[in-house]
Design a protein around this ligand. Structure first.
Ligand code: 5CA
Length: 446
């Protein structure tokens, strides 16, 4: 992408309404525009990151054997009357009527609708286990939408629903989600700690939230700081292997880690040595629930078991805050000049800065780099504008591409360019060919 032809409306000044760094940088980097309280347009740069995050979520869900579908944003109120949640959900639910005076709502979550799909099409244990998920916009009329995409009213969520014949299989589905979520967040450069939580309006008594530690987080969390060192890494996972998946969950949930809703100070003091006790703040980037037959009983979703009995299907639901993740990643990865995207989610893998637009030699080296990187699938953002060097660097630093190739007339005359890491600030001089090879190596396996 050539910056001269792109749409990147960066702001020089700090927007007054933004209280936290991620909101500030998303506005300044021209990623989002607020259209109403808690409702945003996704401008081209923001959309590229959102799509990267969705892609990682899709890959990891499908790796775990979960199947994508797409349900609508609008739902009939009657489905929610069946579960009893239409009245229970309260003012957070946006209710509307169509021209026939039929009652609708903008979905805050989809337990009822997925249960309806299931009961219409599945009746036997032979079709289980089954996990269906989608990535779809939700609406919750939050009392205090704030911090940009962090607490929106309209927001993008991945929500998945498992259907199983018995409790053991449903608990395996819960564990599978936990492990797939750990992988998902690690690929985004995040450490997200599963913490024992409360289930709220979704229901059930087995639930974990995934928290990214950040001072600006909305949740207060209590944990043994040794949990922050746990990593899934590149270990091979067989999602059908119940014992292996359960072992990984145990590894990640044995040390004390709870949100304020379930925190037990006496237990915390007894279990965790004083030197490891941490109280901090965190951003909730996902939550998994096992709630058994809460919806299937209310809505008549039953299956035949192998021995011919008819039982309500066992269920759980599992959510990832897709749009919130942009904010969480920025809170976890930035400096005073701007965002520092992890390679896994960056909107462009590399930026090219032409220090002397119009100079024959620099232009030609930049064009060569642009073609070579694009041909290998690493679409660069090429700053081919007439701005001065300082302004170009400031924009690149603000938008946070992890790598930058700088081309100036002196280097170009010697056939050299400079490759700079946004994170460390370190630069290395090399030939354009070597820079392309290095970029390919860096992104190999990301
Ligand atoms: N049905 C279940 C799981 S699919 C559910 O709705 N879970 S949830 O309420 O915990 O939401 C899932 C995730 O969506 C949360 O962990 C959070 O990361 C994100 N989320 C919830 N509310 C908002 C909001 N107002 N703005 C942005 N993200 C949100």
């Amino acid at each position: 992408m050539r910056l001269s032809r792109y749409f990147l409306p960066v702001l020089k000044e700090n927007p007054a309404e933004a209280q936290i760094v991620s909101h500030r940088y998303m506005l300044r980097a021209g990623m989002i525009r607020q259209q109403a309280a808690g409702i945003y347009s996704w401008l081209p740069l923001g959309l590229r990151v959102l799509r990267r995050i969705e892609q990682i979520v899709h890959e990891e869900q499908q790796r775990a054997g979960h199947i994508p579908l797409l349900m609508p944003t609008l739902q009939p109120a009657d489905l929610w009357r069946e579960s009893g949640r239409y009245d229970a959900y309260g003012p957070e639910m946006l209710r509307l009527r169509d021209r026939q005076d039929r009652e609708l709502l903008y979905g805050p979550t989809n337990e009822e609708m997925i249960t309806d799909i299931f009961r219409a099409h599945v009746g036997s244990y032979k079709h289980l286990p089954l996990t269906l998920y989608h990535i779809q916009w939700k609406f919750r009329d939050e009392m205090r939408p704030r911090f940009g995409v962090m607490r929106g009213r309209e927001f993008l969520m991945k929500d998945g629903y498992n259907f199983d014949v018995d409790r053991d299989s449903a608990l395996h589905a819960y564990n599978r989600h936990m492990v797939s979520y750990l992988r998902t967040y690690e690929r985004m450069g995040l450490t997200a700690i599963p913490m024992r939580a409360a289930s709220g309006p979704i229901g059930g008594d087995n639930t974990h939230e995934f928290l990214v530690l950040a001072q600006t987080g909305e949740s207060e969390v209590f944990f043994d700081d040794r949990v922050t060192a746990l990593k899934l890494g590149s270990r091979a996972i067989d999602y059908d292997d119940r014992a292996q998946v359960a072992r990984i969950c145990e590894e990640f949930t044995t040390l004390y880690a709870r949100t304020d809703e379930t925190h037990d100070q006496a237990l915390f003091d007894a279990e965790v040595p004083a030197a490891h006790r941490k109280v901090a703040r965190g951003i909730e980037v996902g939550q998994i629930f096992y709630f058994g037959t809460k919806y299937s009983e209310a809505m008549g979703a039953t299956v035949q078991t192998a021995d011919g009995r008819s039982v309500p299907v066992e269920m759980g639901s599992h959510g990832i805050g897709v749009s919130r993740l942009l904010g969480a990643i920025i809170e976890a990865s930035h400096d005073d000049r701007g965002i520092i995207w992890p390679e896994g989610v960056t909107p462009f893998p590399v930026g090219i800065v032409n220090l002397k637009q119009g100079d024959g030699a620099t232009d030609s080296v930049c064009e060569g780099l642009y073609r070579a990187l694009s041909a290998r699938g690493f679409e660069p953002l090429y700053d081919d504008t007439e701005e001065r060097a300082g302004a170009k660097f400031a924009t690149m630093d603000l938008i946070g591409l992890p790598w930058r190739i700088t081309v100036g007339p002196k280097g170009a005359a010697r056939g050299m360019v400079e490759l700079t890491s946004r994170r460390s600030g370190e630069s290395e001089e090399m030939t354009p060919e070597a820079a392309v090879t290095r970029i390919a190596q860096i992104y190999d396996g990301v």
